[in-house]
Design a protein around this ligand. Structure first.
Ligand code: 5GP
Length: 216
C-alpha cells in the first residue's frame, strides 16, 4: 500500500481532549486523550471496504484475528456487504476466526494459531483477507503469513486498522491500513489493556493512572 494512502495521526494535531467526547465514566481517569474518534474510524473503515471490493478478484475468506480485531472485522464486513449490494464488484464472503498467540523471549518466537491443521488446509486455493487491529513490530503478522502460506492459498492480503510508528518495526506493511499512529499504547474499539477498554468506542491513549488501575 502506498504510504500516502493512509491517514497519519500525530500527537501534535490529534490529541483530542476527553471533554470533547462521550467517555464511559468508568474509564474517564484511565485515559489521557482521544486519538481517533469513533466517527472517523467508521468513515475510514467504509473507505477500506470500498478499496477491498474494488481490488477483489474472487470470493474472499475474511479472517478475523481475535480478540482485538473483532470490532474492525465486524464493521469492515458490514461495509463490504453494503458495497457489494450497491451493484459494484460482487464478492462472496466466508468468515473465519483465528486466535493468534505469539511467544517471545526464551521460546522460539513462533506464532501459534488456534486453527487445527485440518482447518488450515481449507485455505488451499482461496483468497484470504486477514483482518488485524494493529501492527506494532510486525513480528506477529510476518510469522502468521509464513504459516498460512504453507497451506497454499491462492492469495493472502492483510487489512490492519492501525500501524504503529515504532523504531522496532521490522518494515512489514499491510495491503490496507486505516491510520498510522504514534508510538503509544492505545486502547478502545476492541483494543484492550488486560482485557479492559474493549467496550470503549474511540481509540484512546491510556494514562499512567489507567495502567496502574487496570494492571493485572
Ligand atoms: P507485533 O507482533 O506487531 O509487535 O504486535 C502485534 C500485537 O501486539 C497486536 O495484535 C496487539 O495485540 C498488540 N499491540 C501492539 N501495540 C498495541 C497497542 O498499542 N495497544 C494494544 N491494545 N495492543 C497492542
Amino acid at each position: 500500500m502506498d504510504p500516502k494512502m493512509w491517514i497519519d495521526i500525530n500527537t501534535e494535531s490529534h490529541q483530542y481532549s476527553l471533554d470533547h467526547f462521550v467517555i464511559p465514566d468508568h474509564y474517564e481517569t484511565a485515559l489521557s486523550s482521544v486519538l481517533i474518534p469513533h466517527g472517523v474510524i467508521m468513515d475510514r473503515v467504509e473507505k477500506l471496504a470500498k478499496l477491498i471490493v474494488q481490488e477483489a478478484t474472487g470470493p474472499l475468506v475474511v479472517c478475523c484475528v481475535l480478540k482485538g480485531g473483532h470490532q474492525f472485522f465486524a464493521d469492515l464486513v458490514n461495509y463490504i456487504k453494503k458495497n457489494v449490494t450497491r451493484g459494484g464488484n460482487s464478492v462472496p464472503l466466508s468468515l473465519e476466526f483465528i486466535k493468534v498467540k505469539s511467544y517471545s523471549g526464551e521460546t522460539s518466537g513462533e506464532v501459534k494459531l488456534s486453527l487445527t491443521d485440518d482447518e488450515c488446509k481449507e485455505f488451499a486455493g482461496k483468497n484470504i483477507l486477514i483482518v488485524e487491529d494493529i501492527i506494532d513490530t510486525g513480528k506477529t503478522m510476518v510469522q502468521l503469513l509464513a504459516k498460512l502460506k504453507k497451506y497454499s492459498p491462492e492469495s493472502v492480503k492483510v487489512a490492519s486498522l492501525l500501524i504503529k510508528k515504532t523504531p522496532l518495526s521490522n518494515g512489514y506493511i499491510p495491503d490496507y491500513v486505516g491510520f498510522s499512529i504514534p508510538n503509544a499504547f492505545v486502547v478502545g474499539y476492541a483494543l484492550d489493556y488486560n482485557e479492559y477498554f474493549r467496550d470503549l468506542d474511540h481509540i484512546c491513549v491510556i494514562s499512567e493512572h489507567g495502567k496502574e488501575k487496570y494492571a493485572i
